[in-house]
Write a protein that binds this ligand. Structure first.
Ligand SMILES: Cc1ncc(COP(=O)(O)O)c(C=O)c1O
Length: 362
């Protein structure tokens, strides 16, 4: 094959999917399974979102509304920001990728922290943008001082995940306010709030970046976590009209799909399901923290729907991961970034107990 692949694409390591759950089930013959590796909503999804998707299927022969007018209108009412400040995409991952594509060129740099959401580094590199990562603090949080000190004339975007995945640490309202005051306004600060609905229920002072008035702040939110519709892919960004317009120009014409738009409309109607999800998460995190303390397992206090445990080294992590896998407990070892750590998502009570009992037996 004689076609030249650009160096910045050749250098990317492809996402390596593991075995599927049915393949693993066949291999291990589990009686019980706890799927706690992707921070998904294991309570399921809202029946209202399913009804909306089933209805929308009747029009599946037509292209979707390219501007998601109904969903943007409903979101606008919900979050108190005008529709012109909202753009939707195939998950917040897509909106993040589009933001980099829309804003960066030449020597522009993407500045963030190591030990954050693994996908962001790749999206910068795939778009041929230099990605600069500062180390996490000793307590596994974003080091905002270090990030500020690394700003240079090429810095175009700063990415903050609040809460951070996988560490579960939060940036407080005062810290975020202070950071925004000090970052030059020609740099876009992306605040990724994928876990916002959980975080605001877990800490009274959790910052809602949608209430902060900075033209260079872009908030990312998703329907994949608290709303339980990760499989249909729906996320959005909220920010200054000019930024949103540029992101809109770069998105696929008919992104997100008609089924995703319908699922989102249905999900927003179901406050009961959202409440149940948030309550289940609060209880699950409380259970994890008390049981992990009892078992003397080190962990980082979390404000998301997952918790990060800290082990001696990667060898110990591999052993715990493999033993849990044999018992049907699927968790996420953090090889490549925090190789001495394992992240566990909060599941249904019986899944959480299965994890703790399995860990205790190991
Ligand atoms: C911090 C963070 N941002 C974004 C996402 C991706 O969300 P989406 O499913 O909307 O692409 C995740 C998913 O795990 C995440 O942890």
């Amino acid at each position: 094959m004689n076609i030249q692949i650009p160096d910045h694409i050749s250098a990317i390591k492809r996402y390596q999917p593991g075995k599927t759950i049915p393949q693993l089930q066949e291999e291990f013959g589990w009686e019980k399974v706890a799927i706690l590796w992707n921070n998904e909503n294991t309570l399921g999804y809202s029946p209202k979102s399913k009804d909306a998707v089933v209805n929308a299927y009747d029009s599946i022969n037509y292209y979707p509304d390219p501007i998601s007018a109904d969903l943007r209108e409903k979101l606008s009412e919900r979050i108190g920001r005008p529709t012109e400040q909202i753009v939707l995409g195939n998950g917040s991952e897509s909106v993040l990728m589009l933001t980099i594509r829309a804003l960066c060129s030449g020597d522009d740099e993407f500045l963030t922290s190591g030990g954050s959401f693994v996908i962001v580094y790749n999206w910068a590199r795939i778009n041929n943008v230099r990605c600069v990562s500062m180390p996490l603090t000793e307590s596994y949080g974003f080091d905002l001082e270090a990030i500020k000190s690394r700003i240079n004339r090429n810095t175009k975007i700063i990415y903050l995940a609040n809460v951070n995945n996988p560490t579960g640490t939060m940036i407080t309202k005062a810290e975020l306010g202070d950071f925004m005051q000090n970052v030059p306004d020609h740099i876009l600060v992306i605040v990724d709030e994928a876990y916002f609905e959980f975080s605001e229920s877990l800490h009274k002072d959790f910052p809602n970046s949608l209430e902060m008035d900075y033209p260079n702040l872009l908030t990312l939110r998703t329907f994949s976590k608290a709303y339980g519709i990760a499989g249909v892919r729906l996320g959005y960004a909220v920010g200054n009209e000019k930024i949103i317009e540029s992101i809109t120009k770069t998105k696929l014409t008919f992104e997100p799909t008609a089924l995703a738009q319908a699922a989102g409309l249905g999900a927003l109607d179901d406050t009961d399901f959202l409440k149940k999800t948030i309550e289940n998460n609060k209880e699950g995190l409380k259970y994890f923290t008390s049981e992990l303390s009892r078992l003397d397992v080190q962990f980082v206090p979390s404000y998301g729907n997952f918790i990060m445990t800290v082990w001696k080294d990667q060898q110990e992590v591999d052993k715990v991961f493999n033993e849990l896998m044999k018992k049907g407990v699927l968790v996420r070892p953090l090889a490549g970034s925090l190789e001495h750590c394992i992240r566990i998502s909060v599941g249904r009570p019986e899944e959480n107990e299965h994890f703790i009992h399995s860990l205790e037996s190991i």
